[in-house]
Ligand binder design. Structure first.
Ligand SMILES: [Zn+2]
Ligand SMILES: [Zn+2]
Length: 499
């Protein structure tokens, strides 16, 4: 592939071409590949230039009516590229949870309650609506040169944009665990999501709490002012409340502190978020920009994600039994509780403050989390079982042999009848070197689903050897379901064994 680094001249169009091409053709899964940046066209020089930014940065910098400075001149973002089929087809309808930030699109956007936390999908505490009817994925933006910025524009720029962060687990790739203190008090709930999706939505200028942007779908011009000067003959109004979105795929960890809600909860949560972020970075030797975090929705869900290309692989390690002991120690150290620093009354740039969290500075107070961190030093992480039935079923579906239709039929029947679901599908019993189709571990039952592939006599002989081996070398009993017998009836019998 062509180099990823960017030089200044107009080679940028060429540089990203292979990635853009493959992505457009649907070959790129969007993960473990360089993440496509968003570009803005600048009409400078002979042919103009493209500048690119990482997606989340672009969502602010290339937002409609924002100004870019390029080689000493000012450029205003005023237009978006209109695809051949028109912009209207590109609008998505989404809904996001006010409590945990969970993202719902497609048919899920019509839900009334959050799929993740069951909260009602209503406006969040800042008045941001949960349901958005016109959300547009940010594409290439186009700028024009501007000599000066008006007072009104300057005022608007000062306010900045209202951005919200959202996520969604990949159904088959999520694990939940609890971090409990030595005395058993639950401290944190963890949900680790591998290859989860992240979204950021630009909901418009913060000034006057504007909702989205206005966009002329025919010309791609943003705002109202642009239209009047550019398409005076067209009397149709621009489409209001268009929201811009960028997305990414990443390993994530959602951390929910289990604390009572009281008047210091917000300050406690903000302080804990940054203490955890900095201590995870310290323990796993990550740079600031390799691990990011945000408080979502009501502030009780911390989202951590691996921002490094391809992921640093750290977040999955936080589910190890003792992981939070080291993090607690590092946090106590960072917050000057091991080597006292008298001059730091609540927080300083050495412990919790950074340029990035400046809006939270008034909330940060290291003393609020001290005793909580001390409890965390003796903590243990344990996986939560059972997982919700639907999620469990989805996991099993992902594990079954995709070549065996019968196996899936059996699983579906178990699920639909409301029977206890197997603990695992296609799991290896090492001592017998055998992979039963389904396992009920505590009952010691290994289920084999013999589809038509098992009709041949040589296969039947191999099956017999495998299964004899299993009963001989392990504590499992073999339970066979054959596709050409009344296996449904046999499930009734299975139900009595697993109850
Ligand atoms: Zn939710
Ligand atoms: Zn300090």
């Amino acid at each position: 592939m062509v180099g990823q680094s960017q030089t200044k001249r107009s080679t940028s169009e060429f540089e990203f071409y292979p990635y853009r091409y493959f992505a457009a053709e649907g070959f790129l899964p969007g993960y473990n590949f360089p993440r496509l940046p968003v570009r803005a066209y600048i009409p400078a020089g002979d042919k103009g230039e493209f500048v690119s930014r990482p997606r989340v940065v672009a969502l602010r910098e290339f937002a409609p009516s924002n100004f870019l400075y390029y080689e000493g001149s000012k450029f205003e973002v005023y237009k978006t590229r209109v695809p051949a089929g028109g912009i209207d087809r590109d609008y998505q309808r989404v809904s996001v949870c006010p409590n945990c930030g969970y993202f719902h699109d497609g048919d899920n956007s019509l839900r009334d309650t959050c799929e993740n936390c069951r909260s009602r999908l209503v406006s969040d505490r800042n008045g941001n609506p949960a349901k958005l009817n016109r959300v547009l994925e940010m594409g290439t933006m186009i700028t024009r040169r501007r000599e000066r910025i008006t007072c009104d524009e300057e005022e608007r720029l000062k306010y900045g944009y209202n951005l919200t962060t959202h996520f969604r687990y990949d159904a088959q790739n999520r694990e939940t665990a609890t971090v409990a203190a030595a005395d058993g008090t639950p401290l944190l709930k963890l949900t680790y999501g591998e290859t989860a999706k992240l979204w950021w939505i630009n909901r418009g200028s913060k000034r006057n709490q504007e909702r989205g942007f206005k966009l002329d779908g025919k010309t791609g011009l943003w705002g109202e002012g642009n239209r009047q000067t550019n398409s005076a003959i067209d009397s149709s109004l621009p489409t209001p409340e268009v929201h811009l979105l960028v997305q990414d795929t990443s390993n994530i960890l959602v951390v929910e502190p289990m604390i009572a809600l009281n008047e210091t909860a917000e300050a406690f949560l903000a302080t804990l978020q940054f203490a955890l972020e900095r201590s995870i970075q310290a323990v796993y030797k990550l740079e600031d920009d390799e691990l990011c975090s945000e408080r979502l929705g009501q502030g009780r869900h911390f989202l951590f994600w691996e921002a490094a290309e391809g992921g640093a692989g750290v977040l999955s390690q936080l589910l190890k039994p003792q992981a939070f002991q080291a993090i607690a120690q590092a946090a106590l150290d960072i917050c000057h509780f091991i080597h006292p620093k008298q001059s730091c009354s609540q927080a300083c740039y050495e412990c919790l403050l950074s340029y990035r969290n400046q809006f939270d500075h008034p909330l940060l107070n290291r003393h609020l989390i001290r005793s909580w961190l001390e409890q965390l030093t003796g903590s243990t992480v344990s996986y939560d079982r059972p997982i919700p039935r639907d999620a469990h079923y989805q996991q099993l579906c992902a594990q079954v042999d995709r070549h065996s239709l019968f196996e899936q039929q059996v699983l579906d029947a178990i699920y639909q009848r409301g029977l206890k679901l197997p603990d695992a599908a296609q799991a290896l019993i090492a001592e017998a070197n055998c992979k039963p189709d389904f396992l009920y571990r505590s009952q010691g039952i290994a289920i084999f689903c013999d589809g038509s592939a098992h009709d041949h006599s040589d296969q039947q002989q191999r099956d017999r050897i495998d299964r004899d081996n299993l009963t001989y070398h392990s504590n499992y009993s073999v339970f066979v379901l054959r596709h050409d017998e009344n296996w449904q009836e046999k499930l009734d019998f299975l139900a009595t064994l697993i109850d």
